[in-house]
Design a protein around this ligand. Structure first.
Ligand code: NAD
Length: 360
């Protein structure tokens, strides 16, 4: 099969972890005789430095032409004081919107060999296996009006949380579809006791659920969800939520997996005529300026994202399963980076990538 992939390493550790994910893709292509065509592009802070824009037109063109996009992370401290429109993170929001990838799938698993890496008690974390389905192209991160109106003591800042019925419906269908292949339970997260936006969310989710009578649906308020993720994570199978709630809850859920460096994600849009999903694949973590350039970053989230690409964009089930199995084998072997608090000396980013390839 031809695997035509755009690689956007981005900033900070994005570059380091993407290099390892690409190494794993090469190994897969080699073993299963696929033709790998990789194109590199610019996104985020590096794109601002080189072109003046966090999402250059050339990157938009390359992303539209590729079968799938692999992304590292964006963000550089020198842009911390810049307005949102001029920050690297704007590139991330823009590419998600341009590709129309409205459903962000974030699997969270507690691997048996890593239970001690979580600061939570083993008996609470053990058996955790959920997928957070976060709406990705709507809500408060995109809504207008937005901005700051300067006026002395009356200076006002506005952001708008907005969703249409259609936006809620399509991401809900994705969640129910995924639940059917898992434990058949969807938990929808909202704040319907306070927000009209959430009231519409809940109404539409209930309507969609009628088409999936074999899937159980329950609702939970976002504040309680934040608590239940820590108290009783095993109660969750598919967690369906809007953009900002999903952003926050999935970082919290990273604690269950031992480190945020472990978490992969797949952002999926509509199906192409070939039947493959349009997809953008990236680890959940950011550019981690505190450890960038030190060969210390955990590449397993990025490698898992490459595995998700094989599954969703290329339909390569066996290859995707081989990546997952290799990750599990490396975790069991103890050859892991410092964030997972190994018993012995921590492995480097490159050593973990090489170990995953060897396990494949
Ligand atoms: P972060 O995820 O970059 O880092 C949070 C903490 O987790 C840091 O201590 C970091 O060292 C650690 N960490 C993250 N990934 C790791 C990995 N793979 N291995 C080991 N440790 C890891 O979040 P932050 O510090 O809040 O943000 C840093 C920059 O990244 C900011 O500019 C932010 O806007 C950006 N950001 C980008 C994305 C993205 O590109 N998807 C996501 C979140 C944050």
């Amino acid at each position: 099969m031809d695997l035509n992939i755009l690689v956007l390493p981005g900033d900070g550790i994005g570059m380091e972890v993407t290099a390892e994910a690409v190494r794993v893709l090469r190994r897969i292509a080699d073993k299963w005789h696929h033709q790998l065509s990789l194109t590199n592009g610019l996104l985020g802070g590096i794109a601002i430095h080189k072109t003046g824009s966090p999402f250059p037109e050339e990157t938009a063109r390359l992303a539209a032409a590729a079968d799938a996009t692999l992304l590292g992370a964006v963000g550089l401290p020198e842009f911390d004081a810049a307005p949102p429109e001029k920050r690297p993170e704007k590139g991330l929001l823009a590419i998600r919107k341009a590709l129309g990838v409205y459903a962000n799938l974030r699997p969270v698993r507690a691997y048996a060999s890593q239970l001690d890496s979580s600061p939570l008690k083993n008996h609470l974390v053990e058996g955790t296996d959920m997928i957070i389905v976060r709406e990705l192209t709507g809500g408060i991160y995109y809504g207008t009006p937005r901005g700051i109106t300067e006026n002395g003591a009356e200076t006002r800042a506005v952001n708008t949380m907005t969703y249409t019925r259609a936006e809620i419906e399509r991401v809900s269908r994705m969640a129910f579809h995924l639940a059917r292949a898992r434990r058949k339970k969807v938990t929808s997260v909202d704040k319907s006791n306070v927000l009209e936006n959430s009231q519409l969310w809940r109404r539409v989710v209930i309507e969609v659920a009628k088409d999936y009578p074999d899937v159980e649906l329950d609702h939970i308020l976002v504040d309680n969800c934040a608590m239940q993720l820590i108290l009783n994570p095993r109660r969750f199978d598919v967690v369906l939520t809007e953009n900002m709630f999903g952003d926050i809850l999935s970082d919290e859920a990273a604690v269950l997996a031992g480190s945020i460096g472990m978490l992969p994600s797949a952002s999926i849009g509509d199906r192409r005529p070939s039947g493959a999903w349009v997809g953008l694949y990236e680890p959940v973590h950011g550019s981690a300026p505190d450890i960038a350039g030190q060969n210390k970053a955990n590449p397993l989230g990025a490698i898992g994202s490459a595995g998700a690409m094989l599954l969703y964009s290329f339909g390569l089930k066996e290859e995707a399963a081989a990546v997952d199995a290799a990750i599990e084998a490396v975790l069991k072997s103890g050859k892991v980076t410092a964030d997972l608090r190994p018993a012995g000396a921590p492995a480097t980013t490159e050593e973990v990538g090489a170990a995953v390839c060897a396990a494949i």
